[in-house]
Unconditional design. Structure first.
Length: 135
């Protein structure tokens, strides 16, 4: 099976924890994977693989979302799975959150979900490039 025939997964928040585990699991299942986090190429938590591309950047930035999707399509020819795992952590007790910090948290999380989906939308209805979507 060529690289373009394999399914491709995009995983945000991929440098550690659940995201890193998902990258490893998808690779073991034979997927191509595009992993993203702010500094994933510096962290480089995965062994080199022809089926893995790493893209640095904040997924809340539309340019990063564009780069991730463009990398998946240009390198692997398709996108089949998007896992929005990136998040924001406010390092203080929940009881100290203000209305402003909660609003920023909620807004940031929404942007991190919307940006990659918007960039992927042209590929949503291209059956030769996209087999399943789970949002």
């Amino acid at each position: 099976m060529t690289t373009h025939q394999k399914k491709t997964a995009i995983v945000t928040g991929a440098s550690q924890g659940i995201g890193a585990g998902l990258v490893e699991a998808f690779l073991k299942l034979g997927y191509n994977v595009v992993g993203n986090s702010r500094n994933i190429t510096k962290a480089n938590p995965f062994p080199a693989s022809a089926n893995l591309a790493l893209v640095d950047g904040d997924i809340g930035d539309p340019k990063t979302a564009a780069s991730i999707v463009d990398t998946a399509v240009s390198r692997f020819g398709r996108v089949d799975v998007l896992v929005n795992n990136a998040g924001i952590f406010i390092p203080k007790p929940f009881t100290e959150y203000t209305t402003d910090s909660l609003a920023g948290l909620a807004s940031g999380q929404q942007i991190r979900v919307v940006c990659p989906r918007q960039r992927l939308s042209p590929h949503l209805f291209a059956p030769a490039k996209c087999s399943q979507w789970h949002f």
